[in-house]
Design a binder for this molecule. Sequence first.
Ligand SMILES: Nc1ncnc2[nH]cnc12
Ligand SMILES: [Zn+2]
Length: 316
Amino acid sequence: MYEWLNNLPKAELHLHLEGSLEPELLFRLAERNKISLPWKDVETLRQAYAFNNLQEFLDLYYRGADVLRTEQDFYDLTWAYLQKCEEQDVVHTEPFFDPQTHTDRGVPFEAVLNGISAALADGRELLGISSGLILSFLRHLPEEAAFRTLEQALPYRDAFFAVGLDSSEVGHPPSKFQRVFDKARAEGLLTVAHAGEEGPPEYIWQALDLLKVSRIDHGVRAAEDPKLIARLIEEQIPLTVCPLSNTKLKVFGDMRQHNILDLLEQGVKVTVNSDDPAYFGGYVTENFMALHESLGMTEEQARRLAQNSLDARLAY
Ligand SMILES: Nc1ncnc2[nH]cnc12
Ligand SMILES: [Zn+2]
């Protein structure tokens, strides 16, 4: 089944480039940039990947991202991810990057964007993988900081097609960023947002009504609100679901409790994605495989999930 799932052409629509930083590359970049790390080796770092919630993960994710300093680092990070895409028949990807994670440490915005963009261009040319980049704001930071990031990014408007919203969800509702997203849409950008990962269904309503998103990232807590589920089905709003992430961050206690196949059978446009594969134990095929092993996902369901991912693309 693994090979069959691996060979299924698919799109990945929820992937944080910083979350694809494998421990081996993290150590190599630390050495290249002469940064000392608190972990003695790759194995010790991997052992630290045990999380009870989103925040515990984010603390380590931001710590890991500190080894990314130069344009070449961002190129290498993105290129390594694209090689995984090639291995797993991901024919199209719409990754996120979090500029504030880097600019707040003094890394120039241009180094981040140019490194990522150059790798995505090579991915298109050398691997035949189409892509579109999403600039994501960190929701635990103030609205003002998101505005500054958008202003900084607008001169490079052609390098990304949408804005997103990620980081610590609870206590930072989409409404906090309504004006920033209004500005982004006025500039012709599309919008997406993480909502209903740890946060309540109300945050999904806000993402739809206030941020006017084209997709919801995660959205699994929509299942608690029948009216919301009816709307997602009626409007065929895609959810970019990340099964391994949800179990590693204890959104679901166990993969056997995951609701993705129930949502699929109800008619919700769900897709399968890896979120932060270096931290959660697998890329997109491993996420499909977990659904097969724990939920009995059939080949027919896998085909529908893969087709949903191709249908839910926003960048061409
Ligand atoms: N799953 C996730 N939720 C929120 N912010 C994130 N940043 C990276 N991964 C994330
Ligand atoms: Zn995410």
